[in-house]
Design a binder for this molecule. Structure first.
Ligand SMILES: *Cc1c(COP(=O)(O)O)cnc(C)c1O
Length: 463
């Protein structure tokens, strides 16, 4: 029996004919004959599949050259697209957490483009490992005796536990067995580090005597974990850092705190909710504290362990350190970020994370008001466009219950116009510079807290 779509198949252009066209030759010069031929073969295969499954040619059949050039442009695009983060979550893990300061960006580009003294001392004196210079800076900022830098805070906790307590017991309060988004769960990390977790106390109340009663000859570490993404309220009790440090001294056991985000500075001085600071615990006598580099610190993804020299030395020498160490780009970005903390009065302008967190709702409202009319004129036939108050989040598990007053431009569907906020959100996600908002109460919310340039936003939303 004759193939019913024979006439359609005959309309498909021959690849060798296409390859001879000048327009195609330009692409061959740019990206090579291999890529262009493969792309044309793929288009052929897709067109054939379309004919056999739907009995028709693909939409782009009218213009193969245009389709080829669209696919060619996509080749040059990065998988990591720049987006507008208008979700209202400042440290958005899925959007890469902290945005770097100008000085961190410059520092990274410097070390990328040239050999550097990563583990090389120009005066011939051996100073040990690659963390040395930045560890000194961390000590200056936190009062720690020494520091160790690894890939992220999860790695920091793993390395700390493996070094201090492998094959032994670690005592932690039941109320602090945290799970951070993704796969970080305190009991699982303990198991991976080869430690036995000893849970003490109850979910809502843990006392010093609970820790003390659990101490035996197998105990290697007393640990606290900052409950960064939840809070236990009501009839509660937790053991303070100072008490735990005291207990550790009494029994000659080391103490550690995973602070999660942590902050180098007092957040309340900037009108923000209090966040624990490493130097508070170190000065209380806690031996080791770990924090993230890309949460409130506002730097690159990294994990920082601060504490007593004796323990940091052991941690630096553990074989896992080699697997978890950071590269020169991370060290450069971290150094530049930390240097900003040496002049705290400039932090609020130079560190994007802190600049966005401290923007007043009034400033954000002014920003929203300045583009409202233009957006109404463009989207007003299908949507009710308004400026409305909202609450931003810090994100990344920092300060979970606290919200920051902010303003958003909201888009609500005009009844009967067949418009949906879901499809508007989807359309904006497909833009060359995608705009990411938040769907809530049947509206699409663009929280302008993290928007630096209203005109850049208008440019993409009005196209
Ligand atoms: C965020 C967090 C972690 C994990 O830190 P990463 O840098 O994301 O690996 C671990 N512990 C606590 C308490 C945290 O808040």
């Amino acid at each position: 029996m004759a193939e019913p779509n024979f006439a359609l198949y005959r309309q498909l252009p021959a690849i060798d004919k296409l390859l001879q066209l000048d327009e195609v030759q330009i692409l061959v010069e740019q990206s090579g004959i291999h890529w262009v031929t493969e792309c044309l073969r793929e288009m052929q295969a897709q067109a054939r599949a379309c004919i056999s499954q739907k009995g028709q040619l693909p939409e782009w059949h009218e213009n193969w050259l245009k389709e080829l050039s669209v696919r060619h442009s996509a080749l040059g695009e990065s998988a990591l697209k720049n987006v507008f983060n208008l979700t209202g979550t400042v440290l958005h893990t899925n959007l890469g957490r902290a945005v770097m300061s100008k000085s961190a960006i410059d520092a990274v580009s410097q070390v990328m483009s040239s050999p550097v003294t990563l583990e090389y001392s120009l005066d011939g004196a051996m100073r040990g490992h690659r963390d040395r210079a930045i560890a000194d800076l961390l000590c200056k900022l936190t009062g720690a005796e020494d520091a160790c830098i690894v890939n992220n805070n999860a790695a920091a906790v793993l390395l700390l536990l493996a070094t201090v307590a492998q094959g032994q017991q670690v005592i932690v309060s039941r109320g602090e067995l945290v799970e951070i988004g993704g796969a970080f769960r305190v009991p699982d990390v303990m198991a991976q580090a080869g430690c036995q977790l000893i849970e003490v106390g109850t979910t809502n109340r843990t006392h010093l005597r609970d820790y003390e009663n659990a101490i035996n000859e197998h105990t290697a570490l007393l640990m606290k974990v900052h409950t960064s993404n939840y809070s236990i309220e009501g009839f509660t009790a937790e053991v303070e850092g100072a008490e735990l440090a005291e207990l550790g001294k009494k029994h000659q056991l080391p103490t550690a705190i995973d602070l999660g985000s942590g902050s180098m500075i007092d957040m309340t001085a900037y009108g923000l909710p209090a966040e624990p600071m490493p130097h508070t615990y170190l000065s209380q006598g806690i031996d080791l504290v770990s924090i993230s580099g890309d949460k409130l610190l506002g730097g690159p993804q990294a994990g920082i362990i601060l504490g007593k020299k004796k323990w940091i030395d052991a941690i630096q020498k553990h074989p896992l350190k080699r697997a978890l160490r950071v590269d020169k780009m991370t060290l450069a970005a971290l150094e530049a970020t930390l240097k900003l903390y040496l002049t705290p009065e400039k932090l609020i302008t130079d560190l994007p994370t802190l600049r966005w967190l401290t923007r007043s709702s009034e400033t954000i409202k002014n920003s929203a008001d300045s583009i409202l009319v233009t957006l109404q004129a463009f989207y007003g036939d299908k949507f009710i466009v308004e400026v409305e108050p909202c609450l931003s989040q810090i994100g990344s598990g920092s300060l979970p219950i606290d919200r920051l007053p902010s303003f958003a431009i909201t888009f609500a569907p005009l009844d009967g116009k067949g418009s949906s906020v879901e499809s508007l959100a989807a359309k904006w996600r497909q833009l060359p510079h995608p705009v990411i908002g938040r769907l809530k109460d049947g509206k699409l919310w663009l929280d302008l807290r993290c928007l630096d340039d209203e005109h850049a936003l208008l440019q993409v939303l009005l196209s």
